[in-house]
Unconditional design. Structure first.
Lengths: 125, 490
């Protein structure tokens, strides 16, 4: 399906935005899986999250995605928890054990793991 | 920007770590390809070049050359066949800005290249990417395929009549192929050796055709500038260096990683505020910018603005954005040697100044760090460095002496100490180190002597021991084994 005009692009954008909003899962977990993240062990963290979400029966309501490098390389592996209606929380220095704790405490109980939160401010231009 | 916030503003990294790079839908939802559509349907090729020129965007690969000027030159060159090249070779040690953009937001580069193609009249683009970036290579192939499937790349983009195809070419491990003319030779199947300029790529480039070649980060600015306008871009940074720059912070700093800051932010703010300060509470000594082509900025210039002109005035360069922070435990002579070892190794050998000059420069530095420095070495380094800078054929040779000249300028006393006193105060150059037993603390437990791999420590049990510094190999094992802190390293 090829876009054949500027309007096609705009309509396509609107369509996918609508679809994303409708099917949007309330929670998205983003794991930094650029080369730096992978070198620090993000692969194992992702697998742990995937497994824990299965165990908690939350694969249908939580979206698990991989993203690129956010720049906080000193804190890799990094996990960001995005809950609809709330500010995203960025966690650093995550290992598989802490990753599972994120699912059990933050996702299930809305309890933020303050020890691991990264407090560096970044703004979009 | 009315509050007292000193920090990052993301333009090129806006999507990195935010969107899934393998989803073209997420890129489109983040206003992706809107800039390309605007260019194709609302602006003429000249109009696109005008916006880029007005924005004042300068090349982010290191040289800081005005991007609009380059695009205009390629646009004006006669000919039906032209090329757009993206320089994704990123050879500076410690630099990974381009890798992060390519892995985290590949579509932004593709969109920018298509916009450039429209502006200059090219139908083909090539991304020259170093083979050491396999994840980035995969992401690019994936992104190109997805864009073509949607009609955002390839033939008749969005029904505009403009066609643009992008190919990927992987490098073979040579730093010199980051230099634009050596890069083009490499694509053509030749040796990675630079060509004389002029003619410039805009007139005579890939396969002899007019070519525009820009760095990844330069391209990553393009979609935002087209969408939001030149005035918006100029609201960041300084008059002569508008916009933002991505820096890769490395070394003795707490927040190691990537930051994107407005040009003109002070080095002090970068290190202390954004970078989280020096590790382990040590003291800032210098910051190296521009990698092997750059120089050091000492604490006297801690408040220097990070922009092209200010760094140039201090004998350094902005470079691609590598920023290595050093503390009191770093030896500046050793740092200069480290960078020169790199450039001497990567020299292609085509021109004499670089091929022989760098080798000689390195030999002198090695002798100095090994305790065999001579009085005339300081003059030799300075003279040789300047000759190489003035006469080398390409940017590699022209800038390879910068770390040496810069450290000579700001840290002359360290060179004097190494040469005259045969001492390395930072404790880095092992050949200049000496170990001593403090007689009043030594209890003669013989632990040091028993552990010394070359048996250069002598002494009777329960009597103070002595280290023979002529035999000592400076491994430091004795110091680490001593239970009384009776051994010192000087």
């Amino acid at each position: 399906m090829k876009l054949k005009s500027w309007d096609d692009l705009k309509n396509y954008r609107d369509d996918i935005k609508k679809e994303a909003a409708e099917s949007a899962k309330k929670v998205t977990i983003a794991v930094g899986m650029g080369t730096c993240g992978m070198a620090a062990g993000a692969g194992e963290v992702y697998e742990a999250l995937e497994d824990e979400l299965k165990k908690a029966n939350r694969t249908h309501s939580v979206s698990l995605i991989s993203v690129g490098c956010y720049g906080f390389c000193y804190a890799e592996p990094m996990v960001e928890v995005r809950v609809a209606g709330k500010a995203p929380v960025q966690y650093g220095y995550i290992d598989p054990k802490t990753a599972r704790a994120i699912v059990r405490r933050h996702v299930e109980n809305e309890e933020i793991l303050h020890d691991h939160v990264i407090k560096q401010e970044v703004r979009l231009a | 920007m009315s509050d007292t916030y000193t920090g990052q503003y993301r333009i090129t990294l806006r999507n990195c770590g935010v969107i899934n790079p393998e989803s073209i839908e997420e890129y489109i939802m983040a206003d992706g390809y809107e800039a390309l559509a605007k260019a194709l349907f609302e602006l003429t090729p000249e109009g696109v070049v005008d916006v880029i020129s007005e924005s004042g965007l300068r090349g982010r690969g290191g040289a800081g050359f005005p991007t609009g000027f380059k695009w205009n030159a390629a646009r004006k060159s006669p000919g039906d066949v032209k090329y757009v090249i993206c320089n994704a070779d990123e050879g500076d040690p410690g630099a990974f800005m381009d890798r992060s953009i390519l892995e985290g937001d590949p579509h932004t580069v593709l969109e920018a290249m298509a916009i450039c193609g429209y502006a200059i009249g090219a139908r083909e683009g090539v991304i020259y990417i170093r083979a050491e970036y396999p994840q980035a290579v995969n992401r690019l192939y994936d992104a190109i395929a997805k864009a073509e499937a949607l009609g955002l790349l390839g033939d008749d983009i969005m029904g505009s009549g403009f066609s643009f195809k992008i190919k990927i070419y992987q490098g073979a491990g040579a730093f010199v192929c980051g230099e634009e003319t050596a890069l083009m030779n490499s694509i053509e199947g030749g040796r990675g050796e630079p060509r004389l300029k002029p003619p410039f790529p805009a007139q005579n480039g890939l396969w002899g055709k007019p070519t525009n070649i820009n760095n990844v980060e330069t391209y990553a600015n393009i979609p935002s500038i087209i969408r939001r306008g030149a005035a918006w871009f100029r609201s960041f940074g300084t008059e002569k260096s508008p916009g933002t720059k991505v820096f890769a912070l490395a070394g003795k700093i707490n927040n190691v990683g990537l930051i994107e800051i407005p040009m003109g932010t002070s080095l002090r703010d970068v290190v202390e505020v954004i970078g989280g300060g020096i590790k382990d509470g040590k003291k800032f000594k210098a910051a190296q910018t521009g990698g092997p082509s750059g120089g050091c900025i000492p604490i006297e210039h801690y408040d220097t603005a990070m922009d092209y002109e200010s760094l140039g005035a201090l004998g350094s360069i902005m470079g691609s954005g590598g920023l290595i922070v050093m503390d009191e435990d770093d030896c500046m002579v050793s740092i200069a040697r480290f960078f020169l070892e790199f450039t001497a190794d990567e020299s292609c050998g085509k021109c004499t100044p670089c091929r022989i000059g760098n080798k000689r420069l390195l030999e002198i530095l090695k002798r100095i760090t090994e305790g065999e420095g001579r009085e005339e070495n300081m003059y030799e380094l300075e003279y040789l460095g300047k000759v190489i800078s003035d006469t080398a054929l390409c940017g590699l040779g022209q800038s390879s002496a910068n770390p040496v000249l810069s450290t000579l300028r700001f840290f002359k006393d360290e060179y004097v100490e190494h040469i005259h006193d045969k001492r390395c105060k930072a404790g880095v150059c092992t050949a200049l180190l000496r170990f001593f037993v403090l007689e009043d603390k030594c209890t003669g437990c013989t632990l040091c002597a028993r552990n010394c791999p070359v048996m250069c420590i002598s002494g009777a049990p329960r009597k103070p021991h002595t280290i023979d510094n002529k035999k000592c190999i400076k491994c430091g094992l004795c110091l680490s084994k001593c239970p009384r802190d009776a051994i010192i390293r000087v």
